[in-house]
Design a protein around this ligand. Structure first.
Ligand code: ADP
Ligand code: MG
Length: 276
């Protein structure tokens, strides 16, 4: 039976805001709720790959580099059998440093912004969700991720200037929608690494809810800052496998529930001015 696949890109041009952690724990959260999930590591750093325990990234059978090469060359070197089945119930198309050569290669190929889309579309029908973890830039890989996706989740760290950084990201999403992927939606904004003890965090969250909340879904769940999250990353496990009772695990469980609740999603407003 063919599944109706939803492709979600997790994007933010800033590093260290919880993109990889969110991709991983949302993906495994959805799998725990019975969904068939593929995670795609679209960052040459391969953080998602190592966060899932694959530390020796050069021993991997196939990576996203070869999968994208197939799309460019019209070959079939990578098959569904090359996708990794992880013990926590998700599938993974991993990445390693070789992927950085792909960004250069893309400059010279036709339809360069839709190469990842070519690969992702070939897997539609096999999964309920495909989540794409992107790297911290608004370069060609992020454009590929946004072109391949049906919607985006934007993790935002509750920190000084977070609202300003969002403006640039929103403009990029609007541009993608206008020029490359008209049906791209914003699934929502997720506040991450929230240190509830500080006034700064409270103020930033208030500012973002006021500035964007009327037009874009801001998830009710806020992911607290917690040492267990970074320990889980280092241990190569999800937060549920590492310590399912900790606050971060509970938060990611609630967030997964919110993503599953359909219909609340707000379509991106056409008028960019409202997002400024
Ligand atoms: P990005 O992918 O946006 O660069 P990561 O998900 O890799 O961000 O997170 C950056 C670092 O912060 C990682 O070491 C990760 O383990 C840690 N981290 C992520 N979420 C939390 C959290 N809620 N509390 C504490 N540390 C976190
Ligand atoms: Mg990352």
């Amino acid at each position: 039976m063919k599944l109706k696949t939803k492709v979600i890109a997790v994007v933010n041009q800033k590093g260290g805001v919880g993109k990889t952690t969110t991709t991983l724990n949302l993906g495994i959260g959805l799998a725990k709720r019975g969904k068939k999930v593929l995670l795609i590591d679209c960052d040459p750093q391969g953080d998602l790959t190592s966060s899932l325990g694959y530390k020796n990234k050069y021993s991997l059978k196939a990576t996203l580099t070869e999968a994208m090469d197939d799309v460019i060359n019209g070959t079939c070197m990578v098959s569904e059998d090359d996708i990794i089945h992880h013990s926590e119930g998700i599938d993974l198309m991993p990445a390693n440093q070789n992927l950085s050569g792909m960004e250069l290669k893309l400059v010279m190929v036709m339809n360069r912004e839709k190469i990842l889309k070519g690969y992702v579309d070939s897997l539609r029908g096999l999964y309920d969700y495909i989540l794409i973890d992107s790297l911290p830039s608004l370069g060609m890989f992020s454009v590929n991720a946004l072109a391949a996706a049906d919607s985006v989740i934007i993790p935002v760290q509750a920190q000084y200037l977070a609202a300003e950084d969002m403006t640039q990201l929103m403009q990029s999403v609007m541009m993608m929608r206008k020029n490359i992927n008209p049906s791209l939606e914003i699934e929502g904004i997720l506040m991450t690494l929230v240190d509830g003890r500080t006034n700064m965090a409270k103020e930033v969250i208030k500012e973002i809810r006021e500035k964007y909340g009327a037009h874009i879904r801001i998830f009710e769940t806020e992911i607290p800052i917690g040492v267990k999250a970074s320990e889980a990353t280092a241990a190569g496990k999800s937060i549920y496998a590492y310590d399912k009772r900790c606050e971060v695990a509970k938060a990611y469980e609630n967030f997964t529930e919110e993503v599953l609740r359909d219909g609340e999603r707000t379509k991106i407003q056409h008028r960019t001015s409202q997002c400024r």
